[in-house]
Design a protein around this ligand. Structure first.
Ligand SMILES: [Zn+2]
Ligand SMILES: [Zn+2]
Ligand SMILES: [Zn+2]
Ligand SMILES: [Zn+2]
Ligand SMILES: [Zn+2]
Length: 330
């Protein structure tokens, strides 16, 4: 906001007998002088020396000033103190900070742009994918659309999770690359930006009833077994490589839970554990900047779930986490 000094300038003719002194240079005033707010100045120069100057260009702020913190600026310079928009690059007084791999500031106009499906930040320069998703140019540089590349990356992530954290199963996991509508069809509770992947465990449960004639009479016995067991990880086309590492680690977390702790009902525990897997993978792959999203996620299932799991992990590593999973699997 522009603020003006109250400067009342009155020209007066001095009367020698008043014996006035300039409040700045203290010289005795003779002849014309300036009277401002009841203070006398011998010259314009002395008066100007009392007016603050712009912190940037040094110009006198006689016409008014803008304040930012403790500093005062002229109308031309104030905009140089505003943060620069991460999109259009223009300095903007107001805007929104988006948290991604770092905090990014966007001006009001750029804040309204469609968000990149992967990094969730307004996409100033972007590409529109066939299924309607927006991807920012930065993310699109590494987006994976080749199935061989995806398979190779998946195998690397899986091997790393086993080697570094002993998180592994011997399931034969199928990979399926799908677009957004297909993902939404498969996961009714799909929340945009939260899960870019999906783990599906499928099995036909058969029950066989056998009747046995015993001494006590006819005895019915029920046995159930699983047939056509399959494990599939779906992921979105064009997911950037770093994000895909995170997604695969998360979905492998679900695979691990399916094998060892299938009785866990709490979504918060499940997603929290899988986010912990993603977090650990991000560190292993030297991309811990990806963890800013995970650790700061405000979501009550994913974010709070992660923080609950991370707390256990901090206390006594994965053995503590596994003890907790065991207690909650029934
Ligand atoms: Zn003076
Ligand atoms: Zn200035
Ligand atoms: Zn902008
Ligand atoms: Zn992006
Ligand atoms: Zn999940």
């Amino acid at each position: 906001m522009l603020k003006l000094f109250v400067i009342l300038i009155a020209m007066s003719i001095s009367i020698d007998t008043l014996a006035l002194n300039c409040v700045v240079c203290h010289k005795k005033i003779r002849g014309k002088y300036l009277l401002v707010n009841d203070k006398a100045y011998c010259s314009q120069k002395c008066l100007d020396s009392t007016i603050p100057v712009c912190a940037k260009c040094g110009k006198s702020l006689r016409k008014g000033y803008y304040k930012r913190g403790d500093q005062l600026y002229c109308a031309d310079c104030i905009s140089s103190t505003w943060p620069k928009c991460s999109g259009c690059g223009k300095a903007s007084k107001s805007g929104t900070v988006f948290r991604s791999t770092r905090d990014m500031f966007f001006c009001p106009e750029c804040s309204q742009l469609p968000k990149c499906f992967s990094c969730l930040v307004p996409a100033y320069k972007s590409k529109q994918l066939d299924d309607g998703r927006t991807i920012c140019l930065e993310c699109s540089k590494t987006s994976v659309h080749d199935m061989d590349e995806a398979e190779e990356l998946f195998n690397t992530v899986r091997a790393t999770m086993e080697k570094a954290f002993n998180l592994d199963t011997d399931h034969r996991i199928r990979l399926r690359m799908i677009d957004l509508p297909a993902m939404q069809r498969r996961s009714p509770g799909y929340a945009h930006g939260i899960e870019l992947g999906l783990f599906v465990y499928d099995a036909t449960i058969k029950t066989v009833i056998t009747n046995r004639l015993t001494l006590g009479g006819n005895k019915e016995e029920k046995t159930t077994y699983r047939e056509n067991v399959s494990y599939t990880i779906f992921f979105l086309t064009e997911t950037p490589r770093k994000k895909l590492i995170e997604v695969f680690a998360h979905e492998l977390g679900h695979d691990f839970l399916q094998e060892y702790y299938p009785g866990i009902k709490s979504l918060k525990i499940k997603e929290g554990f899988c986010e912990l897997c993603a977090y650990l993978a991000n560190i292993e792959f030297g991309q811990s900047e990806m963890n800013i999203r995970i650790t700061h996620n405000p979501d009550p299932i994913y974010g709070d779930g992660f923080r609950m799991m991370y707390d256990l992990y901090q206390q006594d590593g994965l053995s503590m986490v596994r003890r907790f999973l065991r207690q909650n699997s029934n």
